[in-house]
Ligand binder design. Structure first.
Ligand code: NAD
Ligand code: FES
Length: 291
């Protein structure tokens, strides 16, 4: 069991958890992830470690409540417990001196890009961060990023804050103005595919962090396989970071949609159960009032 030292919402559906996990806090490197379960029969959810504090024995996870399990996790509060947290898993980010390094976080991807952006800065790179979201309320970690990297650009699809447009438009603008040596892009698959298409003509080294369906996280089940450079890779042990110009994004998108119907059914079932529970509680309350 891992205690939640602090839980707070960063935006409507995105929550930050600081969790007691002393051994992981000491060992983890930027780019690695953990697999968590909210309860003993819970789904195994892979989450990139956004930050850690070895002296406090804590790690930071940022969760977007999309499906049944992530919504369940986001109902956790300070002093609640995760059933288990396993890690650190996966390969660490390649942190070198590249020159000018741009990290791009789309939506909750900003949480995953953050530790690598910080590590690239510590390595002496001139670091630029692009944080994009659909609208102003969904922008996360802007303050934290500004405190650590050299330049931050914010984009919103609806123009409610920062540059009006996609992260790729901001990236194209930067590429036309200066020499960019390295790009890290983390976010929805269409975004990562579009970033790869933007940097390919200039042959800019571009890395993406993939998030396929994962089960065991140890390379045994094959659930997380993706195709990179025409070869099958297991993202949990070979990645999660890969050369963006070699990833088959269309296949990844197709595989990630495999369980969409089951995920929707599971979420609907949870709503029905919650409604049943609410109905039951209302009946109980009514009976207490009457008696
Ligand atoms: P979103 O759909 O709101 O997109 C975020 C930003 O990405 C947009 O504001 C835009 O700037 C950019 N973008 C999106 N589609 C684009 C396109 N076709 N071309 C260019 N830019 C585009 O993101 P969200 O709703 O916050 O969802 C986050 C997504 O990230 C989820 O689908 C989740 O599964 C995924 N995710 C990925 C990782 C990972 O490791 N890659 C980790 C966690 C979550
Ligand atoms: Fe099972 Fe990667 S999650 S092989």
């Amino acid at each position: 069991m891992n205690k939640i030292v602090k839980a707070e919402f960063l935006s409507a559906d995105i929550k930050r958890f600081i969790i007691s996990a002393p051994k992981i806090a000491v060992k983890r490197k930027a780019g690695q992830f953990v697999i968590v379960r909210s309860n003993s029969h819970g789904e195994r959810i892979p989450l990139t470690i956004a930050d850690s504090d070895p002296s406090e024995g804590t790690i930071t996870l940022i969760v977007q409540g999309i499906g049944k399990s992530t919504k369940e996790i986001n109902s956790f509060e300070t002093n609640d417990y995760f059933h288990d947290v396993v890690g650190p898993l996966g390969q660490a980010s390649e942190i070198e001196y590249f020159g000018t390094a741009v990290s791009i976080g789309g939506g909750v991807g900003a949480a995953i890009a953050y530790p690598t952006a910080v590590a690239l800065k510590e390595k002496g790179n001139h670091t630029i961060s692009i944080i994009g979201a659909r609208t102003k309320e969904l922008i996360i970690l802007e303050k934290e990023m500004r405190a650590k990297v050299d330049e931050v650009y914010v984009t919103t699809d609806d123009g409610s804050y920062g540059f009006h447009g996609f992260v790729t438009q901001q990236l194209a603008k930067l590429i036309s103005e200066q020499k960019i040596d390295y790009v890290l892009a983390i976010g929805p698959i269409p975004m990562m595919k579009a970033v790869a298409a933007t940097t390919r003509p200039r042959n800019i080294k571009t890395i993406v962090s993939l998030n396929p369906v994962m089960v065991d996280g140890t390379g045994m089940c094959g659930g997380c396989r993706a195709t990179v450079d025409n070869k099958t890779v297991f993202v949990c042990v070979d990645g999660p970071e890969f050369d963006a110009h070699k990833v088959d994004f269309d296949l990844l998108m197709k595989r990630n949609r495999t369980y969409l119907t089951f995920e929707k059914q599971s979420l609907e079932k949870q709503h029905i159960c919650n409604n049943d529970k609410a109905f039951e509680l209302a009946l109980q309350a009514e009976s207490v009032t009457k008696n």
